[in-house]
Design a binder for this molecule. Structure first.
Ligand SMILES: *Cc1c(COP(=O)(O)O)cnc(C)c1O
Length: 415
């Protein structure tokens, strides 16, 4: 197909793109092609306005009254329902709170407490590291439990699903390769083996048509600062299926998860539903930024989003393979649509330097150690022509070997 793609064809796709108008809702710097919305989403104009209002009016003027008058106290569950609309969850099953790392801890603990007779937690060796670190820390706090990793203790998740497995923690889309699990099939397999599943949606929430309820998921977590565009460090979310809420317990039993926080009672009593997954006071300015960011999602059809995402990643893969041949790039992202998230990764022996040179030319992706060039495709503000132009810059960086300039070799703390 790629031989036939012309700039004119690409412009026609943009002209016929039903999601085209959404780009207006974002602040994107001039002369930048931003292919890193899978790491930090750009600022929706509505989020900047919400932040400004929260800072000046709610905090600046109304002060403590804003807990009630601006609805601060209700934000975790109100925003949870709104995030739920993006990930296929009915109301009352998601709380927006804390970080993904903390929510993984809560979800693993709660899931393990529902399978008290089973001693093994399974995760993927290729998970985003915090998932593994948290699982390791959780298991260390529970001497009866142990952790088994796919890729280390067995080749596949299925192979590891022995009768002593209580919980399986999976990354819906792999942060490095972009590999996408079949959520429905995996959930069914895990449940058939008597275990519960915790899905980490960091690289799928806001990027594809996630259907938590329809897939019968047990627990899920995810962040809001990537594809959901909530702002740097915006709070994460946790999903607990309705059917587990009455029994599920999480160990961070802070006052916001109490049945009556303002009764100031001496003993903890968990709130009846999803609120028991809260812990303490939340970062309200970040919450309000997310609140504003969610306005930018109004009217977005997630199935359309997914179709355009696949068209963008198909185009990128085809153009790179056609134009950047013989420069040492190797695709690590699945070609099959049903196995691909919304990002594309290529390895290159000098991936770090190549990415720095791309960024200097306004094509912003990121580098993942040891050798991955990673590009995220976000259908609300990336056009087909952006993809075309990004590949032109990549070809130029590789063919001129500009990446060899010494300035591109100095390492930053955040890659
Ligand atoms: C980005 C990401 C996280 C981030 O966790 P934080 O607690 O927000 O730092 C966790 N898991 C996955 C899979 C991620 O991609």
């Amino acid at each position: 197909m790629s031989q036939d793609v012309t700039l004119k064809a690409v412009r026609d796709w943009d002209a016929n793109d039903g999601l085209r108008q959404f780009r207006e809702r974002f602040t994107i710097p001039e002369n930048m092609i931003y292919l890193d919305g899978n790491s930090l989403g750009p600022a929706p104009k509505s989020a900047l306005a919400a932040l400004e209002h929260a800072a000046h009016a709610e905090w600046g003027q109304d002060l403590i009254r804003s807990w009630n008058s601006a609805g601060w106290f209700e934000l975790p569950l109100k925003l949870g329902d709104q995030v739920g609309a993006l990930v296929g969850a009915d109301k009352g099953q998601i709380a927006v709170c804390d970080s993904t790392s903390i929510n993984i801890f809560k979800a693993l603990s709660a899931a393990a407490s529902l399978r008290p007779d089973r001693k093994v937690i399974v995760a993927e060796g290729a998970s985003f590291p915090t998932d593994l670190y948290i699982a390791e820390g959780f298991v260390a706090s529970q001497p009866q439990l142990s952790l088994k990793l796919q890729g280390v203790d067995g080749d596949t998740i299925e192979e590891l699903l022995s009768p002593d497995v209580g919980v399986v923690l999976l990354n819906h889309v792999n942060y490095r390769s972009g590999y996408l699990h079949d959520m429905k099939a995996m959930t069914a397999r895990i449940q058939a083996a008597g275990a519960l599943v915790v899905w980490d949606l960091c690289h799928s929430a806001g990027a594809l048509d996630v259907q938590l309820d329809d897939c019968n998921a047990d627990f899920a977590v995810g962040c809001t600062y990537k594809y959901i565009n909530g702002g740097p460090g915006a709070p994460a979310f946790i999903y607990v299926a309705q059917r587990h809420q009455a029994q599920a317990r999480q160990p961070l039993s802070g006052w916001w998860g109490h049945a009556r926080p303002f009764a100031f009672e001496q003993q903890y009593e968990a709130a009846p539903a999803i609120a028991r997954f809260l812990c303490g006071t939340q970062p309200i300015l970040s919450m309000q930024s997310l609140n504003g960011a969610l306005e930018a999602w109004q009217g977005v059809n997630m199935a359309d989003l997914r179709s355009k995402s696949l068209a963008l990643t198909d185009l990128f893969i085809n153009l790179v393979e056609e134009r950047c041949k013989n420069f040492g790039l190797q695709l690590i992202t699945p070609r099959k649509h049903e196995e691909r998230g919304s990002q594309v990764g290529f390895t290159h022996p000098h991936a770090y330097e190549v990415m720095q040179a791309l960024i200097a030319d306004g094509v912003v992706g990121d580098f993942r150690a040891p050798d991955v060039l990673r590009f995220g495709f976000t259908p609300l503000y990336i056009s087909f022509e952006d993809v075309w132009n990004a590949v032109e810059v990549l070809r130029d960086v590789l063919s001129t070997e500009r990446w060899k300039e010494p300035r591109f070799a100095s390492k930053n703390a955040v890659t």
